[in-house]
Design a protein. Structure first.
Length: 427
């Protein structure tokens, strides 16, 4: 599950992956038939099968929902369409029963996108977005311990500036917040993070009329108490957050901005932290094209507080990178995607970690030899695994405990979606 938390509440000791040369393995090459242009993080089930979405290709040209098995077999589980929803911009959420949830930014009954579920009974649309309730979602959904889904819609709503919504797994849809005031943020591109305090945290891509560079906000899950935490675009703090934030065990949030942090050609993105007290700080500024630029994927946090992520540009011939930012602020590039490297380029999605410390991700476009991108694995990256004392088998604690569900020998976050992004894979 993609979002957040450093898997630390059940940590008794940290286990570091031995230092070695980073290696990359190509697991699958996308094609028009399989779908391509994958923009969302991968998720995994208890057996270690990977699931994801593409925004293009497939039988109807508007993307697919796929599974990549531990045996390497790729399967299209659903071909998106204008009727069922298409152009999935975000990844999926998986619950303890293995049901998948996600969004499409277009298609559906009103052409404004959908919230969908894929279970043992196949694909079903839970909600068709409309102009009143918000439309064109670019972020995915998160799942709480009661089975409620939360997300954002980029457009429409009361002021045509987007909404925050809640939807039950049986399709009961409620608008929690309409973005109306320019000063407090509008047009959210990212999904949400459920904090240890029970609030929803997120970002908007617009805010402050003179700057319009985005905001960070929080909202109670009943739709009350919307609070502006930070406005971007001032004093080099970054501009245009596009992806969800990630939380550590103490409740601090981490995220990226796609631009800002410098001036002129050096205005190519930041990594930020916002504390539980609302204090905002830039912890890394992307200033050199050779070391990566324009991050848009979600961050991944290991048990030692190291952050991992991707950039869409920078590196060899500006094809993108995979990076690590250590807990003490040391930035390093783990891998640079090369022209004709065979792995594709421009990773838009963040990363998923397995129980052996390997990282998994996808590239979205051609590198000259791989025309449609790939799913890849990075090994020997130094990812620090937690030593875990599990909660009761079958138990899903409340979100405030920041709990994990133990599945096999891997970890899958449950209450806030993609919480640990650690999966059980044996290869």
């Amino acid at each position: 599950m993609r979002h957040s938390i450093m898997a630390a509440l059940f940590v008794s000791a940290a286990i570091a992956t031995p230092a070695a040369a980073v290696t990359i393995t190509n697991l699958f090459n996308f094609s028009p038939a399989s779908g391509y242009s994958s923009r969302g993080e991968l998720v995994a089930d208890a057996a270690g099968n990977l699931y994801g979405t593409t925004r293009s290709g497939g039988a109807n040209g508007v993307g697919t929902l796929f599974r990549l098995g531990t045996d390497g077999v790729y399967s299209v589980l659903h071909n998106f369409s204008s009727a069922s929803g298409g152009v999935a911009e975000a990844g999926l959420t998986i619950d303890a029963a293995g049901n998948l949830y996600g969004t499409t930014s277009a298609g559906g009954a009103n052409g404004l996108g959908t919230v969908f579920r894929v279970g043992t009974d196949g694909y079903s649309v839970l909600h068709d977005f409309d102009s009143a309730g918000g439309g064109n979602p670019r972020g995915g959904v998160i799942l709480d311990s009661s089975g409620n889904l939360y997300g954002t819609a980029y457009n429409y709503g009361a002021a045509n500036r987007g909404t925050i919504y809640k939807i039950s797994t049986d399709g009961d849809y409620t608008v929690l917040h309409n973005f109306t005031a320019l000063q407090t943020g509008y047009h959210p591109q990212a999904g949400l993070t459920l904090g240890a305090d029970g609030y929803l945290y997120g970002t908007a891509s617009g805010g402050i009329p003179a700057v319009q560079a985005g905001t960070i906000f929080k909202l109670a899950t009943d739709g009350s108490d919307y609070t502006l935490l930070h406005s971007f675009g001032i004093s080099g703090d970054g501009r245009y957050p596009q992806m969800e934030m990630i939380a550590d065990a103490a409740g601090n949030m981490y995220g990226t901005t796609n631009q800002g942090g410098g001036s002129g050609y050096n205005s190519i993105g930041t990594i930020f932290r916002i504390g539980t007290d609302g204090e905002y700080s830039v912890i890394h500024t992307f200033v050199g094209e050779t070391n990566g630029s324009y991050p848009v994927g979600n961050l991944l946090l290991d048990a030692a507080g190291n952050l991992y992520g991707t950039t869409t540009s920078g590196g060899i011939n500006q094809n993108g990178t995979v990076f690590r930012l250590s807990a003490d602020g040391d930035y390093s590039v783990l891998y640079k995607f090369a022209t004709y490297g065979g792995y594709g380029r421009s990773p838009y999605a963040g990363l998923l970690a397995d129980a052996e410390g390997n990282l998994y991700g996808s590239t979205s476009s051609s590198d000259g030899s791989n025309l449609y991108g790939s799913i890849f694995k990075l090994s020997d990256v130094g990812y620090v695994l937690p030593a875990v004392t599990p909660p009761p088998v079958g138990g899903i604690p409340e979100p405030a405990t920041w709990a994990m569900l133990i599945v096999g020998f891997g970890l899958v976050g449950v209450s806030a979606r993609r919480r640990a992004r650690i999966m059980s894979i044996g290869n």
